[in-house]
Ligand binder design. Structure first.
Ligand code: UN1
Length: 497
């Protein structure tokens, strides 16, 4: 019997008001059901928001360092259960164990960073233009946070959003991706075990339309943080915009890695293999474009083809697996349709380009690591986010052309350049239009205590992670204290002569 999971609303584990459920299956083996989850609706969202609103009035008054100490305990519990959660996550969404361990570790790092931030949350003081008057600013929580998260980092991304939301004094309604509800449930269990007052966190499982949109449209939800596709991000932003809600969007990427002729090619090769095929290419930071200088193009493509042909596909729980399955049938179809598009556009398929169905792979959503060469700037496979193990190789004549190509997309999340030339490295840091640039490292590998996010259509200007995310979850209050004992009018009673 598959394990039964519940929503957590108003301090109780409960079924959906619809009475309906959905199954969650292992993408490496369809026969394995991970669990059965409540298929919730607007009614459940309404209850969850009511509870979160009620809990807010007390939670906002708990001192931030005390809120932080609960998150400290969450970090400790995540550390204790790292292996157990990583195994569940691999079964739930397919990536290999080393990566699911890394995903939990990113949650642990985010927790311990949040604990330290709970004792900062700095405001400012500034001199007043008038005598016997003091100007202060401090940070206030905002209210109820609607948190909507994807399946590719089922622990790390929810923690990026939920921990700063809570430490800042907000309460939470959390809708995890319906492909990874079990990992999300583990996180909520741990938050409760660590001592979070129950109504402060509310977990509602279900689809984007039935749960996500009602959260976004609920008048009592004050802010929305969403990670996912740019298409859904646009819908969320326009709906939330009607109510002037604060919205943080972390959306698509079409990240490029440049390799210059002076680069350490062995290093660049390890980098692109990890960047393009780690997490089976299903990261917003994944390397989906490889921009090669003409002088090393042919040699590098040969090196790449050889190494890619050695990658072992399989169940992520097996120690010798390099690349797990993609998340579900729809994802595999989408990836394959892009391969067809690439062929029609005139790119040359170097390797891969089809589902992998041999032996044990037949019962999972596997797709062969795929590389296109002769890709020209502007082709759809060079412009659109595929979110799978597909890499497009583009040949360029010089550094300036490489920068032009890397910048020529609607996205601006991550980027990378391999070069030993310090001048080129610094020009790349300045001229690549992206939120993240790696020098001699792949496009993936952001650390929890640094701001994370992108330019252009990758988002709407906010950052996750590090100190900056705390700006999103707080409102600035300015206080003027006049201890002069008389009316002093700013701008008017000031004598500059
Ligand atoms: C994502 O792909 O949505 O930098 C997040 C990285 C990870 C986070 C990725 N630390 O690749």
């Amino acid at each position: 019997m598959a394990e039964k999971y519940y929503n957590f609303i108003n301090g109780e584990w409960c079924e959906a008001s619809t009475g309906e459920t959905f199954e969650n299956r292992n993408p490496a083996n369809w026969d394995e059901v991970i669990g059965v989850f409540p298929k919730s609706s607007k009614e459940d969202v309404d209850k969850a928001v009511r509870a979160a609103r009620e809990a807010y009035e007390e939670w906002r008054l708990v001192p931030a360092p005390k809120r932080g100490m609960i998150i400290k305990k969450v970090g400790d519990l995540l550390t204790e259960r790292k292996e157990e959660i990583a195994r569940l996550m691999t079964r739930e969404m397919g990536k290999v164990l080393a990566e699911t361990r890394g995903d939990v570790q990113e949650g642990i790092d985010t927790a311990y960073y949040a604990v330290s931030e709970a004792r900062r949350l700095f405001g400012h003081t500034a001199p007043s233009e008038l005598p016997n008057k003091m100007n202060i600013s401090f940070r206030m929580p905002i209210g109820v946070a609607g948190i909507i998260t994807p399946w590719n980092f089922p622990m790390a991304i929810p923690t990026w959003k939920i921990f700063p939301a809570l430490v800042s004094g907000n309460t939470v309604v959390f809708k995890p991706a319906s492909d990874t509800p079990a990992t999300a449930t583990k996180l909520v269990e741990i938050l409760l075990e660590a001592g979070l007052p129950p109504k402060v966190i509310n977990l509602v499982h279900g689809t984007g339309n039935q749960v996500g949109i009602p959260i976004v449209e609920h008048p009592d939800v004050d802010l929305i943080s969403f990670t996912g596709s740019s298409a859904v991000g646009r819908i969320i932003n326009s709906k939330a915009g009607k109510d002037l809600k604060r919205v943080s969007l972390e959306l698509g990427g079409k990240n490029g890695q440049i390799v210059m002729p002076d680069a350490r090619l062995d290093l660049a090769l390890d980098g692109v293999l990890w960047g393009a095929f780690g997490t089976t290419g299903q990261r917003c930071t994944a390397t989906s474009r490889l921009i090669l200088h003409k002088d090393i193009h042919d040699k590098f493509v040969d090196m790449l083809a050889e190494r890619v042909s050695q990658l072992r596909l399989g169940d992520g729980l097996k120690p010798d697996t390099d690349v797990g399955p993609v998340i579900n049938e729809g994802a595999r179809e989408k990836i394959h349709s892009y391969v067809e598009i690439g062929k029609k556009e005139g790119a040359t398929l170097l390797i891969g380009g089809e589902p992998a169905t041999d032996g044990e792979l037949a019962r999972g959503w596997f797709y062969k690591p795929t590389i296109f060469v002769d890709v020209k700037p502007g082709m759809r496979i060079e412009q659109e986010e595929i979110f799978g193990p597909v890499l497009s190789v583009i040949k360029v004549n010089d550094f300036d052309e490489a920068i032009k190509v890397i910048n020529d997309t609607e996205y601006g999340l991550s980027s990378s350049i391999y070069t030993q030339d310090v001048n080129l490295a610094f020009r790349a840091m300045r001229d690549i239009n992206a939120g993240i640039t790696y020098i001699n490292g792949p496009t993936i590998g952001a650390e929890a205590h640094m701001p994370f996010g992108g330019t252009k259509h990758t988002g709407n200007g906010h950052r996750e992670g590090g100190w900056e995310v705390y700006d999103f979850y707080t409102e600035t209050k300015v206080v003027y204290v006049d201890f002069s004992g008389r009316l002093q009018r700013a701008q008017i009673d000031v004598d500059y002569d």
